[in-house]
Write a protein that binds this ligand. Structure first.
Ligand code: NAI
Length: 259
């Protein structure tokens, strides 16, 4: 049985990553480039994707990768990403569906419908569209596929002032379990990563402000935010054969926040 923890297993694997222009997506993309994987980066910010691959290309000019101007809320954009990856590299072995945005900080009744729709469109419908097009491509072009969707600790527990984000990230957990159930017997595994507070562009304004930093860190037993690189181990574990009997699960990486 395959229980392989070695990173060499990613050599020449075709991995699709959304939200690859910064933060957690960039850290995972760079780690996978180091392993020799063929990394396909999708993001609204293609300049950011170029920056993601730059240090790696300086070391290894023959690195195989693809950058795509992706909007995860748009079905034809997501389908176009999947189609171009399959047309270029022949298959998709792994996908890390990670693009997301934060909602504004306000009580539920103050959230306007436009803001709610935007957060749910990117953070939840975006995951639905990725799964909808990735899974048939994996089934049609290979004998197995592995997917990790980025949820959040706020996909597991509640918090104040983040209704749209909490709804969307709980929805990501639901979509993860639904897809895992629907396709487990076709060798498709689907799990979710639930990061705790992580130092990225998404959170830098909170972490830089002493008014918010203290309360944010006080909820974390380890008393610090994660660095994006600290999400790499769990993501690669879930994408690898080392997790070959795990599907439909949510893995927290949160400094003890939800224990
Ligand atoms: P980030 O802001 O660095 O990365 C998010 C990426 O998603 C950006 O590159 C952005 O351009 C891209 N994106 C936004 N809208 C998009 C769209 N419509 N189509 C395609 N790409 C789009 O933030 P971070 O922190 O790396 O976030 C990655 C994921 O982790 C998100 O899903 C976020 O909700 C989740 N997360 C982050 C936490 C944190 O504390 N930073 C905690 C828990 C979850």
């Amino acid at each position: 049985m395959a229980q392989n923890l070695q990173l060499t297993q990613f050599l020449n694997k075709v991995v699709l990553i959304t939200g690859a222009a910064g933060g957690i997506g960039r850290a995972v993309a760079r780690a996978l480039l180091e392993t020799g994987a063929i990394v396909c980066l999708g993001d609204v910010n293609t300049d950011g994707c170029e920056e993601t691959v730059q240090p790696y290309l300086e070391k290894n000019k023959s690195a195989k990768h693809l950058i795509y101007a992706l909007d995860v809320t748009n079905a034809s954009s997501v389908k176009g990403f999947v189609d171009i990856v399959v047309a270029t590299f022949g298959r998709i072995d792994c996908a890390f569906n990670n693009a997301g945005i934060l909602s504004g900080s306000k009580p539920l009744a103050d959230v306007d419908e436009i803001e709610y729709d935007k957060v749910v469109d990117i953070d939840m419908k975006g995951i639905f569209l990725c799964l909808k097009y990735e899974i048939p491509a994996m089934i049609n072009t290979g004998d197995k596929g592995v997917i990790v969707n980025t949820s959040s600790t706020l996909g597991i527990v509640g918090d104040k002032l983040s209704a749209a984000y909490i709804a969307a990230k709980h929805g990501v957990v639901g979509l993860t379990r639904a897809a895992a159930m629907d396709y487990a017997d076709q060798n498709i595994r689907v799990n979710a990563l639930a990061p705790g507070l992580t130092q990225t562009a998404m959170t830098e304004h909170w972490l830089a402000d002493p008014k918010y930093q203290g309360p944010l860190l006080s909820n974390i037993p380890m008393k610090r935010p994660a660095m994006p690189e600290e999400m790499v181990g769990m993501t690669l574990f879930l994408l690898s054969d080392a997790s070959s009997y795990i599907t439909g699960h949510v893995m927290t990486v949160d400094g003890g926040m939800t224990m």
